[in-house]
Design a binder for this molecule. Structure first.
Ligand SMILES: N[C@@H](CCC(=O)N[C@@H](CS)C(=O)NCC(=O)O)C(=O)O
Length: 214
């Protein structure tokens, strides 16, 4: 049986936004049975030699699929899509678009959002110029996405794919201030369309029931 290493306990600020949710959502969409191995972050469950074999950077999520060990949320989603034949087209051109947008979500969209979030966690009020630069970077990316979503419902293909799980997760967990995304109505309605899926609702409800803040 596929094992997913996810959080059982994580700090209150991160709870509800952790990257195991990407895999949990994909598994729910795919209706794939799995065993959840709950990891307690404050108790240092991730910092063991055994866990480092699954996840070299001591992070969640990772999977063990009958001995195949894999970390990195996007790599796990691509693996699961290929294994099940779900949430990714099986033709080479369709697959290329999905992989492209998985990379775009984590490599082009997440970095400015994450950088701004980290600055806002840690800033002491003396980083005005730095923050202005990051807000500009965020707006550039969201402007480009707004144009991309002008005439499409999903990011990579006509249907919902694993790229939408990553993009919608980045656009929700990566944005604490809704004012940042509000000027981009096509991006907002894309994100909300993805988050309205019944599989996401089941995923976040189960997560909230299982994962402790600590
Ligand atoms: N690139 C990784 C990032 C994973 C990641 O940042 N995981 C966080 C939780 S959302 C984590 O495990 N943090 C614990 C730590 O670094 O100590 C992925 O996409 O899976």
């Amino acid at each position: 049986m596929l094992k997913l290493y996810g959080f059982s306990k994580v700090n209150a600020g991160a709870r509800g936004h952790t990257r195991d949710l990407r895999v949990l959502w994909a598994l729910e969409e795919m209706q794939l049975p799995f065993e959840l191995v709950g990891m307690d972050h404050p108790a240092h469950d991730l910092s063991t030699e055994a866990y480092r074999r699954c996840s070299p950077f001591e992070q969640i999520p990772s999977i063990d699929d009958d001995g195949l060990l894999l970390s990195e949320s996007a790599a796990i989603l691509v693996y699961l899509a290929k294994k099940t034949g779900r949430l990714m087209p099986d033709d080479r051109a369709g697959e290329a678009q999905v992989v492209r947008w998985c990379f775009a979500a984590l490599n082009s969209v997440e970095p400015p959002l994450l950088s701004l979030m980290v600055l806002d966690w840690t800033a002491d009020g003396s980083c005005g110029k730095h923050r202005q630069f990051l807000v500009g970077w965020v707006n550039r990316v969201l402007t480009n996405l707004e144009a991309w979503f002008a005439d499409r419902d999903f990011v990579a293909t006509d249907g919902f794919t694993i790229a939408d799980i990553l993009m919608a997760n980045v656009l929700s967990s990566g944005i604490k201030d809704e004012g940042l995304i509000a000027p981009y109505p096509a991006v907002v309605s894309y994100r909300d369309r993805c988050l309205a899926r019944p599989a996401w609702k089941r995923t976040i409800d189960a997560y909230c029931a299982q994962v402790e803040a600590g």
